[in-house]
Design a protein around this ligand. Structure first.
Ligand SMILES: Cc1ncc(COP(=O)(O)O)c(C=O)c1O
Length: 392
């Protein structure tokens, strides 16, 4: 049996996959079983920010794998301590809880927000407001938080205490606010929902509203964080700071790790025994993430991401001028979306034939989230391929 047949025979049918099996990656390139080369404009869905098999990460992982892989959180380990302190140094946060995925980081944030108020005796204050078209994960709590019906289909009853309001609409959020709300949770740029950035004025108004009402503001930066939008964290572009932030995806450049980060005040909602994860923050995953934060957290690196992102967006806008099928170009940094008047899935499959990996979301949006090290000539190559495809 070949890889595709074997996978289809034995793996649960939850993923719609392209008919390609990859065997190797380096930088921005991937190779399939037949040896064919592809340029990656997806990075494992915004995960391999530093590209595939970055030598510094490979070295850190190899050395750590040969030294100590796992001991549990009943003990202390150095890479975990170093990563937590570096993440706090580079952000608003004072404390970190490590998880293995984005959904689990959000679970931690949801639990912390509820416990923060319950610990103070405010047991009725448990509601969390999130946005229409948001995406926060696939566990029961995070799918309940997600503002898309299709994600919840077949899983009712979903968890109590979540309401959704239209994104970028402060009036609707104000209406939904009352003294039962413990947190507002949102993505600074909605990723899965169609690459839709928050309006700067909106994000500032959300912060003010949360401060006035005393509820916690949670930014889900699982997709937008780690340099993806041109700053280490996307909220820095807006000058708006949350009380809690979640990270995952690019944090480990492919090693599974997530983080829930909080101010000291918010973090005090947890006590010994309130929350735990067997694998959360293993020496192996944190050793990888430590190198990632060191590289991506560098100002020079982030400035290059912003320049490349601006160039890419400009090229997409120029393309849009000559193609009526392109409805809108959206996004920040190297998280960009192209809304087209037609089926995105077909374009994705055709681009794959031309040797470019891109992604389609919400039926009509092409999403680009390449490794942050993507080069201008690779962007030019993609634009030429898209141009000829959209013409035909
Ligand atoms: C904004 C956001 N939150 C949460 C998640 C869930 O992360 P994971 O798939 O690692 O559980 C994702 C994944 O796409 C995401 O984009």
């Amino acid at each position: 049996m070949d890889t595709i047949d074997k996978t289809d025979a034995f793996i649960c049918r939850t993923y719609m996959r392209q008919e390609t099996a990859f065997v190797k990656g380096k930088g921005t390139k991937l190779w399939d079983e037949s040896g064919r080369e592809y340029t990656d404009f997806l990075a494992g869905i915004a995960v391999c920010g530093l590209g595939h098999c970055h030598p510094q990460i490979t070295r850190a992982v190899s050395e750590q794998a040969a030294t100590l892989v796992h001991v549990s959180n009943l003990f202390y380990t150095r890479p975990q301590a170093d990563l937590a302190s570096l993440l706090c140094e580079k952000s608003f946060a004072d404390r970190v809880f490590f998880s293995n995925s984005g959904a689990e980081a959000n679970e931690a944030a949801i639990k912390l927000a509820r416990r923060y108020f319950q610990k103070k005796g405010e047991t009725e204050r448990f509601r969390i407001i999130t946005m229409d078209q948001s995406f926060h994960g696939r566990t029961m709590a995070t799918l309940s938080a997600t503002g898309q019906d299709k994600i919840k289909e077949g899983f009712s009853p979903v968890l109590e205490g979540f309401s959704h309001v239209p994104f970028n609409n402060i009036g609707r959020l104000e209406k939904e606010m009352d003294d039962t709300v413990c947190a507002v949770m949102l993505e600074p740029v909605q990723g899965e929902g169609g690459v839709s950035p928050a309006d700067p004025e909106y994000l500032k108004a959300v912060r003010d509203l949360c401060t006035q009402t005393g509820c916690l503001l949670i930014f889900d930066e699982i997709q937008t964080g780690m340099g993806r939008c041109g700053k280490l964290f996307a909220h820095e572009l807006y000058g708006v700071t949350p009380d809690i932030m979640t990270l995952a995806k690019a944090l480990g450049n492919g090693l599974p790790i997530g983080a829930m980060m909080a101010t000291q005040d918010a973090a005090d909602g947890f006590d010994f025994g309130s929350h735990a994860s067997t694998f959360g923050g293993t020496p192996l995953a944190t050793a990888a993430a430590l190198e990632v934060v060191k590289i991506i957290g560098d100002d020079g690196f982030l400035s290059t991401v912003r320049k490349t992102g601006n160039y890419f967006k400009q090229q997409l806008k120029t393309l849009a001028e000559t193609h009526e099928r392109i409805v809108e170009v959206r996004g920040r940094g190297l998280l960009l979306g192209l809304e087209i008047d037609g089926d995105a899935g077909g374009v994705v499959a055709q681009m794959m034939k031309k040797g470019f990996i891109i992604n389609g979301i919400q039926d009509r949006v092409l999403r680009f989230a390449p490794p942050l090290i993507i080069e201008k000539q690779e962007i030019d190559g993609l634009i030429i391929a898209l141009d000829s495809l959209l013409r035909s």
